[in-house]
Design a protein around this ligand. Structure first.
Ligand code: NAP
Length: 292
């Protein structure tokens, strides 16, 4: 029941109306019997600073930040976590005495999602990342932090992948990102790879396409991890499965980035059984079915 003690959290974005985060956060609050409510806030691009100040004045406990505000919001924060500073993007604000502190839970969220599926990044000598946008950059830092030996980053705009490789080198001292154009996979050693699909190609409503359509590419995929969760069965995932590989969608990453935010706001640890229960509720409410 909402009463005078109810703590408020929310997500700011533009657009924000399609967000699944309220399902995750309000289900967690229910499971823990925490008196907390989580709501979406549509915030225009030039109102981000006002929104953060307003949230602070309203005693808001925490905020998630989604596209397109993840970098812009940094200027409005009292403090920045090291990982978020490295990635240059913030998706979670946590209330502190001085103001909001910014975190990035996307990257640890992806790590926990992959671990829950038994995918061990630490064991990958080589991996392929498709894309060099905001999320792909975070994935590059994740791979570097988990000591993946070599990460082939394929992107339409090669210069963006080169920039990511340079940034990772500068900030981590690791020279592990190899920038390549989209057809660069043809030059790679012939073996089976873990491929993380971090472009927006195939996302609703333009669901008929995969970034790479060539069947030869899919013959080299052992595990295809698409960060898109709408639709839950992307063309990329279909092509991976048709070639005999295992395919995953991005819903668990979304779940775990939310779980980590919840843990930061409420100073709790969400046990794995509870994470699984919330995932089942999330799938039920969104009509998503898992296929392998
Ligand atoms: P972004 O910064 O806009 O990057 C988009 C990427 O897609 C770039 O690499 C871009 O290549 C590529 N791309 C877009 N259209 C293309 C086309 N027609 N042909 C070839 N390449 C194209 O986006 P983002 O924030 O990184 O998000 C990427 C995806 O990740 C989104 O679909 C989003 O749903 C998903 N995501 C999932 C989660 C989760 O929790 N599961 C969280 C965040 C994001 P260029 O550099 O050449 O333009």
């Amino acid at each position: 029941m909402i009463d005078g003690y109810t703590r408020v959290c929310g997500v700011i974005g533009n657009p924000v109306e399609h967000t699944l985060s309220p399902v995750i956060q309000n289900t967690l609050a229910e499971q823990f019997s925490h008196n907390m409510v989580y709501v979406p806030f549509h915030v225009e691009n030039d109102e981000v600073h006002a929104a953060v100040e307003g949230a602070w004045a309203l005693n808001v406990l925490g905020l998630n930040v989604t596209v397109p505000h993840k970098s812009r919001v940094i200027n409005s924060l009292a403090a920045l976590d090291d990982l978020a500073a490295q990635i240059g993007a913030v998706n979670t604000l946590v209330r502190t005495e001085e103001g909001f502190k910014g975190y990035n839970t996307d990257m640890p969220g992806l790590y926990r999602a992959m671990s829950s599926e038994g995918i061990r990044l630490e064991e990958q000598e080589e991996a392929i990342v498709l894309g060099a946008g905001g999320v792909a950059r975070a994935v590059a830092f994740l791979c570097a932090s988990r000591d993946v030996g070599r990460v082939y980053m394929l992107n339409r705009s090669l210069e963006k992948a080169e920039k990511v490789a340079e940034e990772v080198r500068k900030k981590t001292g690791k020279d592990c990102i190899v920038p390549l154009p989209l057809d660069g996979w043809k030059e790679l050693p012939e073996k089976k790879y873990l491929v993380i699909q971090a472009t927006s190609v195939g996302m609703y409503p333009d669901t008929d396409h995969a970034l790479i359509e060539d069947a030869g590419f899919y013959d080299r995929i052992q595990t295809g991890y698409d960060l898109i969760y709408k639709p839950f069965n992307t063309r990329f995932m279909q092509l991976v499965r048709e070639a005999g590989g295992r395919a995953y969608h991005g819903l668990k990453m979304l779940l775990y980035q939310g779980i980590i935010a919840y843990e930061l706001w409420n100073d709790v640890v969400v046990p794995e059984e509870m994470a699984e229960a919330v995932y089942e509720i999330l799938k039920e409410k969104t009509g998503i079915r898992d296929e392998r």
